[in-house]
Write a protein that binds this ligand. Sequence first.
Ligand code: HEC
Length: 124
Amino acid sequence: MNTIIKNTSLLLIAAIFFSCSSSDDSTETPPDPDTNPNPNKITTYDADVKAIIDDQCLRCHTIPLAEGAPFAMRNYAETINGVNRDLVLRVESNGVNVMPPEGRLPQSTIDIILDWEADGFKEK
Ligand code: HEC
């Protein structure tokens, strides 16, 4: 009798535990509103980002590579290579690794890059 009660309470505890953990899974944290600065617009490389890269990055990130820059960003494919090398973190950085090296871009420009990220780094 005692073992039956013990086993039943163990089952109960297990049931409570699993119901709690599954309800945790359903309470996903809502997306951070800051990660999509412009939800009403689809930002693309061709329309929005290329001009920023050309202006702010190509001085070094071109062929031939200049001032020690380790890769080029002359077109979409090369810029996606930059994305895979932490482009977004580098432009957002408040530290010494910020890109461009002379200092952080205006927040409105950084927001265009964050919006491009939120929209899936589209080309067109
Ligand atoms: C004055 C030259 C210069 C400019 C302008 C410049 N970069 Fe760089 N970049 C470098 C150098 C040098 C490095 C390598 C040293 C380092 O990682 O900080 C680098 C590294 C990087 C890296 C990391 C690469 C890796 O694999 O470690 C990224 C990403 C990057 N730059 C993106 C950018 C973007 C985006 C811009 C424009 C918004 C930009 N850079 C503008 C010189 C420049």
